[in-house]
Design a protein around this ligand. Sequence first.
Ligand code: HEM
Length: 202
Amino acid sequence: MLRKVVWTVMALLAFVVAIYAAAALALPGFRPPFVGDLIDRTPLPAFGHLLGGLVAIAAGALQVNSRIRNRFLNFHRWLGRTYVIAVLVGGLSAFALAFRSSGGMAAHFGFGLLAICWLTSTIVAYFCIRRGDEDSHRDWMLRSYGLTLAAVTLRIYLPISQAAGLEFEPAYQTISWLCWVPNLVVVEWLLVRRHGRAAAIA
Ligand code: HEM
């Protein structure tokens, strides 16, 4: 029950971030100055990142729902391919943006490593399903989506750090790691629990 509530809240927040990114892409007047500046300085990676990121975060929110997955397998396959392409576009451009991000070296490495892990987990998940290994595919896709949700956790921690009066630069450096490492820990914990339960049933 608690897991369902947490996933529903995360999915809703994922759609909010997707809508924000879509508005930033489509409506120049809506863009916060920081995003306008990002697009002016690095138009190609910025557009690629916003587009890939918004498609990945919205598609992934539907993919993790087991009811949709089981009832509409073709839709799941089609959306899965869309997710993989979106992560490739969003992740490669995120890697390019990482080394121009605010927050200096610590943030460059935080975002850079996140982009590498995002791309790697998604590619591994794709190859697992190509060779018919459904269990590993599901595990790697969960890791991948846990990383996609860094876009949500970052936008939770950042306003909290500002409301707490923390200085922007060190807070941003910390958040460039905090937005994804704990997500991975939570996913690993969920996977260990699931595998433990499966082993107990077998
Ligand atoms: C998971 C891997 C991701 C990485 C490594 C990453 C990295 C980055 C970086 C480095 C920036 C520029 C920040 C700066 O200049 O200080 C950025 C901005 C942005 N990213 Fe991502 N990102 C990721 C996922 C996503 C996803 C899934 C979305 C969903 C739409 C997203 C939406 C955005 C938006 C809207 C911005 C513009 C800045 C803002 O409004 O906060 N990102 N990202």
